[in-house]
Design a protein around this ligand. Structure first.
Ligand SMILES: Nc1ncnc2c1ncn2[C@@H]1O[C@H](COP(=O)(O)OP(=O)(O)OP(=O)(O)O)[C@@H](O)[C@H]1O
Length: 228
C-alpha cells in the first residue's frame, strides 16, 4: 500500500534544549482515516504543522508522498502544501473580506496545479457540489464574517477539499460544534474524502470522536518527549 506519511526518528524543538517531539516511527497509508489525539500541549498542532511543511522538519526523517521534508526549502514545502494538501486550521483562517464562494476557491486561485485539474466550469460545479454536500450552498455569496462558527467550519472543510488534494490535515475542526453538528460534519468530511480518495489526518483532544475513525494514535504513546 502507498505510504502517504512515513516518519523515522523525527525530532522537533522550538528552542534549543526544549524538545517537543521525538517520534521513532509513524506510517500513514493512502486512504487512511487517522485520528490523532492527546491532551492539550502534547504537540498535536506542532506535528501537523511539520507534516504540512509550515514548520521545518530538522532532524530524523519525514517523508510525505516519498518526498523527504527534512532539509527541504520553505518554498518547496509551500508548493507541495498548495498542490497536494488541504489544511483545516483550528481557527479556520478564512479570509474575512471574501465571500464564502471565494474562500472555498482560494486554494485553486493560489495553486495552478490544483486549479488545472478542472476547467473553470467544472471548478464552479465542484464548488457548488461541495457546498451542497456540506450544507452551505445557500451561503455562497455571504461574507464569512456574517455566518455562524459551525458554518465557517464547513466552509473551511470545503476549502480544504477543493481541487482534489491527496491529503487533508484537520486540526480540531469540530471544537466549536455541538454533538449533533459535530457528527454530521464528520460524516460529510468522510463522504467527501472517500469520494476523492483523500487520506485524512484528524486531530482532536476529544476522545469521543475516536470511534468514528479506522485508525487512532494517542500522541503521548508515540512521543518519547514526555510533557507533564
Ligand atoms: N511557537 C511556539 N514557540 C515555542 N513553544 C511553542 C510554540 N508553539 C507551541 N509551543 C509549545 O509546544 C508544546 C506543544 O504545543 P502544541 O500547540 O503542538 O500542542 P497541542 O497538543 O496542539 O495543544 P492544544 O490541544 O492545546 O492545541 C506546548 O508546550 C507549547 O507551549
Amino acid at each position: 500500500m502507498t505510504q502517504v506519511v512515513s516518519i523515522k526518528n523525527l525530532k522537533y524543538s522550538y528552542k534549543k534544549g526544549h524538545p517537543i517531539l521525538d517520534i521513532e516511527n509513524l506510517d500513514i497509508s493512502e486512504g487512511d482515516r487517522l485520528f490523532l489525539y492527546g491532551p492539550s500541549g502534547c504537540g498535536k498542532t506542532t506535528l501537523l504543522s511539520i507534516m504540512a511543511g509550515i514548520l521545518p522538519a530538522k532532524e530524523g526523517s519525514l517523508k510525505i508522498f516519498n518526498t523527504e521534508y527534512v532539509g527541504l526549502k520553505p518554498s518547496k514545502r509551500d508548493h507541495l502544501r498548495g498542490t497536494q494538501m488541504g489544511y483545516i486550521f483550528q481557527m479556520f483562517n478564512l479570509i474575512p473580506y471574501l465571500n464564502v464562494r471565494d474562500n472555498i476557491l482560494l486554494p485553486c486561485k493560489i495553486s495552478p496545479a490544483r486549479r488545472n485539474k478542472l476547467t473553470p466550469k467544472e471548478l464552479n460545479e465542484k464548488c457548488h457540489e461541495l457546498a451542497h454536500n456540506l450544507k452551505i450552498d445557500s451561503l455562497l455569496h455571504k461574507k464569512v464574517t456574517e455566518i455562524s462558527i459551525g458554518q465557517q467550519q464547513r466552509v473551511a472543510a470545503a476549502r480544504a477539499l477543493i481541487g482534489f488534494p491527496k491529503l487533508i490535515i484537520a486540526d480540531e475542526p469540530t471544537s466549536s460544534l455541538d454533538t449533533e453538528n459535530r457528527e454530521q460534519f464528520l460524516q460529510n468530511l468522510f463522504t467527501q474524502c472517500e469520494a476523492q480518495k483523500t487520506t485524512l489526518i484528524f486531530v482532536s483532544h476529544d476522545k469521543e470522536l475516536k470511534k468514528f475513525f479506522s485508525h487512532h494514535i494517542l500522541l503521548p504513546e508515540i512521543n518519547r518527549v514526555k510533557h507533564l
